[in-house]
Design a protein. Sequence first.
Length: 277
Amino acid sequence: MRERWTAGLVAGYVVLILLAVAYLYPFLISIASSFKTDQEAVAEPLSLIPQTPTFAAYERLFTGTDIGLWGVNSVIVTLCVTLGRVFFDSLAGYALSRLRFRGRSWVFGVFIGVMAVPTVVLMVPRFLVLKELSLYDSYAGMIIPLLADAAGIFIMKQFFDSIPASIEEAARIDGAGVFRTFWSVTLPMAAPALVTLTILSFQGSWNEFAHFVVSRQSPELNTLTTGVASLVSGQLGSGSQFPLKLAAAVLMTIPVAIVFFIFQRRIMSTTEGAEKG
């Protein structure tokens, strides 16, 4: 019996290792290829060790493109969208969880339905709305439509449902209003959901591409995603330019990885505190 259990455990670890390799291998190829020459990247695309390591792709990226401007635009948009989503999604989730009003279940059903709509379906209507409101090709047009999303509202609503309403009753007895109760009592208890929402919002807005395609056309408003897309389309000339494109992709992943590891520790510490409590 013990031998069978050990064999199953070993098999499980083998499967996990294979899945990890399959998931990480493309990213490792991107890192390795960013240090290759154009010729080597084409001749040996799957090699993880460059024969002649070079920083030429990174040098060309910083000297021949506007990656600095793209990065600034991405930071501005991502910070605004992340803060907006955390605030508005929390408010909407709390309202759907705690406030009793006519049609609440229908409103929640609409949010669930929006989650099922493919993003590409909304691209043309979003473009028309931005043009009509004179928000096209501006920071406002890039930020405002992303300030709330159905998935974030769903996450917060479900978490607020798990918090006993009796905890809020004490605050109401002391004279606290709905918003004060939400801000001072319920929201601090939702720290794990807030951290999760922050990570998802940051990652989603940082990697957003479709919305930025239809909300702007000026090169000065390029984000990293649209800027790198212009490299892929051959903005800097002919040839594969794989190292240049992959160098840009590698740099794009660094902020997301940093945010994830920082907030991952926050989730773990919050969970441990809840268990001890």
